[in-house]
Design a protein around this ligand. Structure first.
Ligand code: 5GP
Ligand code: MG
Ligand code: MG
Length: 183
């Protein structure tokens, strides 16, 4: 079973449910009456986005973008490429970007600048996880679920080689999973 590859759970299904309900309520109050455009960053933000918007009890629109900031390895190349752009015109809109995790910050820095260039009225960021130690560029999330240590995590949207996104919690893989992958 998928569970057996996990060494330890960092944030349980219950921890995440409590946090997303809290964040969603705060965001619902913040964005009341402005019909925000909530932008999920594929694919990692999908479970978080689904939970957050269902706790925001206000009219809003949803859209998605797919970008890649990583080269072939696990170290960020610093280059951001748009793999799928928004369907929506952001001019004059209040944008809430939903991310799974901020590490170097390069992806979000690029997106915030892009939306400002496209004349968004406001741009804010909510991220489930923040790895502050990984930051290479100056960017801050406006709303953070949890601060995580500099460790590679999977689950609840986050992948290792495209797997584990469907785990209902965030955890750390057993070391042998990486070792067998490198053989
Ligand atoms: P950055 O902030 O470095 O531009 O990029 C953040 C992206 O790197 C995240 O959206 C995620 O795809 C990936 N990433 C960073 N840290 C982790 C991690 O611990 N686990 C997983 N699965 N992905 C990560
Ligand atoms: Mg992401
Ligand atoms: Mg990934």
């Amino acid at each position: 079973m998928l569970d057996q590859d996990i060494k330890k759970i960092i944030y349980s299904k219950e921890d995440i449910a409590k946090k997303t309900a809290e964040l969603g309520q705060v965001l619902g109050e913040k964005y009341q009456g402005v019909n925000p455009l909530v932008v999920g960053i594929l694919k990692g933000a999908v479970p978080f986005m689904a939970d957050i918007v269902r706790s925001m009890n206000i009219p809003l629109e949803m859209d998605f973008m797919d970008v890649s900031s990583y080269g072939t390895g696990t170290v960020s190349s610093g280059e951001v490429k748009i793999l799928k752009d928004l369907d929506t015109n952001v001019e004059g809109r209040d944008i809430l970007i939903v991310e799974d995790i901020i590490d170097s910050g390069q992806t979000l820095k690029y997106l915030v600048e892009l939306f400002k260039y496209r004349k968004a009225k406001s741009v804010q960021i909510v991220t489930l996880l923040d790895k502050v130690e990984g930051r290479l560029v100056d960017i801050k999330a406006d709303y953070v679920g949890f601060n995580v240590p500099n460790e590679f995590v999977v689950g609840y949207g986050l992948d290792y080689a495209e797997a584990y996104r469907n785990l209902p919690y965030v955890g750390v893989l057993k070391p042998e999973i990486y070792e067998t992958a490198n053989e």
